[in-house]
Design a protein around this ligand. Structure first.
Ligand code: SF4
Length: 387
């Protein structure tokens, strides 16, 4: 079975920009201009929605309870992510309903390799992030304030309607850290339930347990950046902490959310073999050997322009270390045409899914199992049934 052949799906897999972060709008040739014209990007368009995730403090200050930073914010000020503001002793999200980036992407770009292969994911982001990673690909929006970007006003129902109109199989919260637009993401997830749409996210996992529980009610799959296995890396390179991310991963497992992990391997920062081995053993023992793990190649950018790209041998070392530790699905990302981008059956070793860039060929799967030996392959292989 080969996916991605029809013209419509091919266009979808190329990734269609509905609204770019810099504010330029590219109308996809395949889609009537009417939907996009109804959502004109406007610089600094801001929403203001009361957040349930704060506690009041003295003198009209508040403490945000959304992520482990737990910012204490004085009246008139914002938290570290710059998208939450204390107005007269109440805490508001400034990014509920005003995304700055909308794209129809291949689901493999998130990257999900075990979620409806060769389908399209309607991908959204607002400005802001609760980390400041020195290697961020999307720093123009992740480190911006919402008044600095071109945004559209789009309700959660508008996002669901656009995803259906664009023939997407899922809605992804991605590009920046979606925790910082949690209320928007949760409502979008709730509204997907009457439709055959998955709700997925790519996240750094830096979220507190209560909002995570709220999120998991409407979340089918999560791709979590496990950026390194040392607190030092999280502190020095990402301005966060590792332990809360590990707690998030355990909680996602308890909720039954399909989870894939991404580890961007950066030369000299997180490529120590012993650390990678410890990380892989933790994944095996805590999340299970069927958890897909993606080792991704680093390219110099943002604040790490002087660090060279990851050598292929380093990535292969990481993959071998993970497989020796007992992980069944270990991938290499950002390395075109490497066999480490394919899915193989962990029991009989046969090729199940071949990937060349975003061209995906499913050759060895039958109803979620290996068609050669019948081994069950972990993941989401069928469209969700509407609730
Ligand atoms: S979500 Fe933003 S405001 Fe809230 S604790 Fe995290 S960084 Fe601070």
């Amino acid at each position: 079975m080969t996916h991605g052949i029809s013209r419509r799906r091919f266009m979808a897999q190329c990734g269609r920009c509905v609204l770019a972060c810099a504010g330029s709008i590219a109308l996809p040739a395949m889609v009537s201009p009417a939907p996009a014209m109804a959502f004109r990007p406007k610089k600094g368009a801001i929403g203001r929605t009361l957040s349930p995730y704060f506690v009041p403090l003295d003198d009209k200050a508040v403490q945000c309870t959304l992520c482990p930073h737990e910012c204490e914010v004085a009246e008139g000020e914002r938290g570290l992510c710059e998208v939450r503001e204390n107005v007269n002793g109440e805490y508001y999200s400034l990014v509920y309903g005003n995304p700055c980036s909308l794209r129809a992407d291949p689901v493999e770009k998130k990257p999900f390799y075990h979620v409806l292969p060769a389908t399209t994911s309607f991908s959204i982001a607002t400005t802001g992030c609760n980390f400041d990673c020195k290697f961020c690909q999307n720093w123009e929006i992740s480190q911006a304030r919402p008044e600095d970007t071109y945004n559209i006003m789009a309700s959660p129902q508008d996002i669901v309607d656009m995803a259906l109109r664009y023939d997407c199989a899922s809605i992804a919260s991605t590009y920046v850290e979606p925790t910082i637009f949690a209320e928007y993401m949760i409502e979008i997830g709730r509204l997907t339930r009457p439709h055959p749409l998955l709700k997925v996210m790519h996240s750094n996992g830096y979220i507190n347990p209560e909002p995570l529980d709220d999120l998991c009610r409407y979340l089918d799959a999560a791709c979590i950046d496990l950026k390194a296995f040392t607190e030092r890396f999280y502190r020095d390179v990402a301005e966060g902490r590792l332990q809360p991310v590990l707690e998030t991963l355990k909680r996602l497992k308890r909720h039954g959310v399909h989870t894939e992990l991404v580890n961007l391997v950066i030369p000299g920062k997180n490529d120590d073999t012993d650390d990678i081995r410890r990380m892989c053993r933790w994944i095996r023992d805590t999340l299970g050997p069927d958890t897909p793990l993606h080792f991704s190649r680093f390219y110099p950018l943002y604040k790490l322009k002087s660090v060279p790209p990851t050598p292929i041998q380093t990535l292969e070392m990481a993959r071998n270390t993970a497989m020796k530790a007992g992980l069944n699905y270990v991938y290499l990302g950002n390395v075109p045409e490497h066999p480490g981008g394919n899915t193989y059956c962990p029991k009989c070793g046969k090729l199940l899914i071949k990937r060349v860039g975003y061209r995906v060929t499913v050759t060895g799967m039958a109803d979620g199992d290996c068609r050669y030996c019948g081994q069950s392959i972990s993941g989401i292989w069928h469209q969700r049934k509407p609730a």
